[in-house]
Design a protein around this ligand. Structure first.
Ligand code: DC
Length: 231
């Protein structure tokens, strides 16, 4: 049977992972956070202090043992050489490393098969930057999820403060803009909206509203009746 796939792309902080996870749960699909996969490569390069050059990172790739699995909590856990690095990949330094490392074509092609295989084996909601454009161009539905940089920076600050960390809104906004620039200007698989993607802008929407809009869009597009989802 052909499996169904939903691609969600967009800049960081638009709410992709939170919304995609909830939607996947509601629909009984597998949620694949591709950022976490890239982050695992970023973590490996960071730990080994590999120079941020494509050749050096490419040499590291064949030795990497990267696995993902789903815990009883339903969350996607990442493993590097057998170690659960789900938390470690969220460190600030790793985000910076990943942003550079993920622009290298060698890294992108190394991870492409892994992502496509997941979508061949089950119904997926996959989020990232190039899912609708490169990884799953035949996805049943492509959503480009976005929000203004200011709204994304505000949410990020709130999240950091909730975790007990200090956050300066001006600095966080500069970081958001810098990460956008890197994601959009890189040559290999840049972040861009696929021509056939539906844009969902969450600037003026809270999580519940965004979730409702997206779930309705998915049901309509994929012809899923209400009783057939797990909401
Ligand atoms: O979604 P995230 O912030 O966890 O992603 C981490 C980094 O990986 C970010 O710099 C963008 C990059 N990334 C990518 O290049 N392609 C993807 N499909 C997912 C993430």
């Amino acid at each position: 049977m052909q499996h169904r796939s939903i691609a969600i792309d967009g800049p960081s902080g638009a709410g992709k992972s939170t919304l995609a996870r909830r939607l996947a749960q509601a629909l009984g699909y597998l949620y694949v956070d591709t950022g976490a996969i890239y982050r695992t490569v970023g973590l490996a390069a960071y730990r080994e202090q590999i120079p941020l050059e494509e050749e050096a990172v490419a040499r590291l790739l064949p030795s990497l043992d990267i696995k993902m699995c789903y815990g009883e909590d339903g969350l996607q856990h990442m493993f590097l050489h057998g170690e659960d690095v789900t938390e470690a990949i969220r460190q600030h330094e790793v985000s910076d490393y990943t942003s550079t490392v993920s622009a290298f074509p060698a890294v992108r092609s190394f991870l492409l098969d892994m992502q496509r295989r997941l979508a061949r084996e089950q119904d997926v909601i996959m989020d990232g930057r190039d899912i609708g454009t490169v990884v799953l161009p035949q996805a049943d539905l492509k959503i480009f999820l976005t929000a203004s940089p200011q709204a994304r920076a505000r949410r990020r600050c709130l999240e950091l403060r909730q975790r007990g960390q200090q956050a300066d809104e001006g600095q966080v906004l500069r970081d958001v803009l810098e990460r956008d620039r890197r994601d959009m200007e890189r040559e290999s698989a840049p972040l861009r909206q696929s021509d056939d993607a539906v844009v969902v802008d969450t600037t003026q929407k809270d999580l519940e509203e965004s979730f409702a809009v997206m779930l309705a869009l998915i049901r309509r597009t994929l012809n899923i009746e209400e009783g057939h989802s797990h909401v």
